[in-house]
Ligand binder design. Structure first.
Ligand code: GTP
Length: 598
């Protein structure tokens, strides 16, 4: 396709403002699918994505409109996947900014729109849901101009649901979004935008061609990975797969090259011709590394092999997730896994539970610490080790210094919530670096220890600001910290799954919070259960679960037999999901719930 006839764009929207509905409409209007095929929403195709309303994997659809090729790119919407988003945006020249006519501009819109502006995108405001009686398009236009600071006078008024404004949107994409630039004669340079595993095709790679042409039968080289592959398919999604002879400059499409694992096709890598390579790769390649680690253990020890298989399968499709075997005194055999963030962790854990039918225990998430050990007798030099698991923390006397990873966070927040956000950052040991105003909102820059952020910072930020604050971060290296291992004891027995590394200054608050939550989460037993948080041998917080007053099961004995059997079955079921510590049964949910900070 000629460069002047190509338009590449994404859709930016707050949750529920109608992104998926609009995408489906655009596909339908341009003839991609029949009414019946449209019944299932096309762009969000994973169950979990649908239920949580978040897009995890970027997808692209090629549309045809009045002699032009329009590539519509879907982008994930969570900070854990920020790098994937940045690559998808780098593959586009413009964006549709979808705002609900009744709700107005909301938080998520902002984070994404600022990123889009940073990529110099042409932004077309679309005011959706004008069919609603409560729609106030003029008010929303003003909000877009005031809050975001872009011209909204020529916003398209639309209803994705009723099919109003769809042609106008497609026309606006053609008229207002610039065509991509590129040199057809230069050596091939294409960006790897996304990759995923398909059971029939193997690894499918989504590419945006910058210069040159990518074609079937070509020998290509991945510049960052250093590997070469023979391309066996080139094509596009419309949204059904269509094979094409090649993709030229400015085009977005997919290739396959008999690659077995997505780990070999990393997002952001540059593809070039093996025989006539480009002099330099595209800027911006970053190897995403897991930042949050936790242990995953089967509740039933017999499920270990099943867990291994399931984890290996998931890994085939997700290069940013890592795992290795781990043994724990209390939990038996399991895996130490690494994730991009807490949401990523929850997604993987949920898929294992749901798709693979596994009951799991998740241990306290942790970042990677660096420990400089004191010189042991017979050692020539002091050693530095990386600590992924609080349970492996050496004796404090053996530690010279502990370093923890820090991040630089940029937060956008409306004025009215600024005070509470500043307090949140302060409570999390943040160091304020900058505070400016952009388009009527505060832009805050903070340095924060990653370990204070991975648990629930994002959720807290969102709830404090009623969803209006946005948050983005990058790692800035390691710094020394006064860190200690906090152990949790239930009925005098340490629960290693709940031990965590904390800052000495916040240890007591964290310990108290943890004990209080566990008190609510662990059911009463026939005896009194002490719950304690301790550093070294010193108890810093404690709670007690009172004993059950009477034996509730006693009533059943000698009674109705079916009832008794039911009760026994229930108990059996319950057993499966419980772990025993010092003869105390802890429900599976307690492990995760206890880790959410109040
Ligand atoms: P996420 O996928 O959760 O981010 O949401 P989304 O932005 O993709 O929104 P989605 O398309 O799923 O729409 C959210 C809800 O709004 C659905 O119930 C749609 O039916 C409804 N909706 C979308 N467009 C319109 C519209 O133009 N008018 C009305 N009345 N409802 C709409």
């Amino acid at each position: 396709t000629e460069l002047s006839k190509i338009r590449n764009f994404s859709i930016i929207a707050h949750i529920d403002h109608g992104k998926s509905t609009l995408a489906d409409r655009l596909i339908q209007r341009t003839g991609g699918l029949s009414e019946r095929e449209m019944s299932a929403q096309v762009l969000d195709n994973m169950d979990i994505e649908k239920e949580r309303g978040i897009t995890i994997k970027a997808q692209t659809v090629r549309l045809e409109w009045k002699g032009h090729v329009l590539n519509l790119m879907d982008t994930p919407g969570h900070v854990d996947f920020a790098y994937e988003v940045s690559r998808s945006l780098a593959a586009c020249e413009g964006a549709l900014l979808v705002v609900d006519a009744a709700q107005g501009v909301e938080a998520q819109t902002l984070a994404n729109v600022y990123q889009s502006i940073e990529h110099d995108h042409e932004i077309i405001p679309v005011i959706n849901k004008i069919d609603l009686p409560s729609a106030e398009p003029e008010k929303v236009k003003n909000e877009i101009e005031e809050i975001i600071g872009i011209d909204a006078s020529n916003a398209v008024l639309a209803s994705a649901k009723s099919g109003i404004g769809i042609d106008e949107i497609l026309d606006a994409v053609v008229e207002r979004i610039p065509a991509p630039k590129g040199d057809a004669d230069a050596p091939l340079k294409a960006m790897l935008v996304d990759s995923w595993y398909d059971p029939y095709l193997g690894v499918v790679i989504l590419v945006r061609v910058i210069d040159g042409t990518i074609r079937k039968g070509q020998q290509i080289k991945f510049m960052a990975a250093g590997t070469t592959h023979l391309i066996d398919r080139v094509g596009a999604f419309r949204p059904k797969i269509e094979q094409l002879p090649d993709l030229g400059p400015g085009e977005i499409g997919f290739i396959t090259a008999q690659i077995k694992e997505v780990a070999q096709a990393r997002v952001g890598d540059t593809l070039t011709d093996a025989k006539r390579p480009a002099a330099e790769p595209l800027p911006g390649f970053k190897e995403v590394q897991p930042v949050v680690f936790c242990g995953l253990f089967p509740v039933d020890a017999n499920d270990f092999e099943k867990l291994r298989e399931s984890i290996s399968k998931l890994r085939l499709n997700d290069a940013s997730f890592s795992f290795e075997m781990e043994t724990s005194a209390a939990l038996g055999f399991g895996f130490r896994c690494g994730f991009l963030g807490l949401l990523h962790l929850e997604i993987i854990q949920e898929r294992l539970t749901r798709e693979y039918d596994l009951d799991l225990i998740t241990t306290a998430p942790s970042v990677v610490y660096r420990l400089r050990l004191t010189k042991a007798a017979g050692e020539a030099e002091a050693r530095t080790i990386e600590l992924h698991n609080p349970a492996d923390m050496p004796d404090p006397n053996r530690i010279d210094e502990i370093e923890e990873p820090w991040i630089k966070a940029v937060i956008y927040v409306p004025d009215e919530y600024l005070g509470s956000i500043l307090k949140l950052c302060q409570d999390r040991r943040g160091i304020q670096k900058d505070l400016t105003y952009v388009g009527g909102r505060a832009q805050l820059t903070y340095e924060l220890p990653l370990n204070e952020v991975v648990f629930d910072f994002y959720d807290r930020l969102k709830s404090i600001s009623r969803g209006y604050a946005s948050f983005d971060y990058e790692q800035i290296g390691y710094r020394e910290g006064d860190l200690v291992k906090m152990s949790i004891m239930v009925n005098a027995e340490p629960v290693d799954a709940l031990s965590m590394i904390v800052h000495r200054g916040t240890a007591e608050t964290r310990g108290r919070g943890m004990c209080e939550r566990l008190k609510d989460l662990i059911p009463r037993h026939l005896f009194k259960i002490p719950i304690q948080a301790a550093i070294g041998g010193k108890v810093i917080a404690r709670e007690t679960i009172a004993a059950m007053r009477k034996d509730v099961t006693a009533k059943c004995y000698g009674g109705d037999i079916t009832r008794k059997r039911k009760l026994l079955e229930k108990q059996k079921e319950g057993k499966k999901r419980m772990r025993e510590y010092g003869s105390v049964q802890i429900p599976q949910e307690a492990f995760i719930a206890a880790l959410r900070m109040g």
